[in-house]
Design a protein around this ligand. Structure first.
Ligand code: SF4
Length: 182
């Protein structure tokens, strides 16, 4: 049986969802028998998101031009896209900046008003990605197949979501254990 091509990605998040993924502990060894990790900040050193990915867990909201480009590429190259954690599902913590009303006031606050020394706005086209005016949940940008809320989702929920996918089945995202936020 060929292995499932498996990826994980983090966009605008704190990496806590990935830390929770690592809490799968010894089950990760079992998982490795079924999947080939083709792209992941915690499991692969590939820099380019590959073609033909079967399952991808996406952590974080879409906050800048890099996130935007990557999530479109992920959608194009992935069969099952899982919105992984509250930041992906609702934009959650990164979206707190949305109330400031755009990228310009956010940058002004962070880099000019709160700067102790040499206040200046970051400007390095092609190096520092431009912020979007609003941080968006993943489904506002591309279609999502499965929503896995939680901040972070605990390892039990992550396992219960991934396990059916290994058998080509859809997980049942129902009940407190699977869809409670926070
Ligand atoms: S959902 Fe929570 S744990 Fe996951 S990236 Fe967002 S803030 Fe971090």
């Amino acid at each position: 049986m060929s292995k499932i091509k498996f990826a994980t990605v983090w966009l605008a998040g704190c990496s806590g969802c990935h830390m929770s993924f690592l809490d799968l502990d010894e089950w990760l060894i079992e998982l490795a028998e079924y999947v080939e990790v083709v792209y992941s900040p915690v499991g692969s050193d590939l820099k380019e998101y590959p073609e033909g990915v079967d399952v991808c867990l996406v952590e974080g909201g879409v906050a800048n031009e890099d996130n935007l480009e990557l999530i479109h590429l992920i959608r194009k190259r992935t069969k099952t896209l899982v919105s992984f954690g509250d930041c992906a599902v609702t934009a959650n913590v990164p979206a707190m900046r949305n109330m400031l009303g755009g990228s310009e006031p956010v940058l002004r606050r962070g880099y000019l008003e709160l700067a102790d020394e040499t206040p200046q706005l970051p400007y390095a086209p092609g190096i520092v990605p431009e912020l979007l005016d609003r941080v968006l949940p993943v489904h506002e940008v591309v279609p999502v197949d499965i929503y896995m809320p939680g901040c972070p989702p605990d390892a039990h929920r992550i396992k219960a979501t991934i396990e059916p996918l290994l058998k080509g089945e859809k997980p049942k995202m129902e009940g407190r254990d699977m869809i409670k936020f926070g």
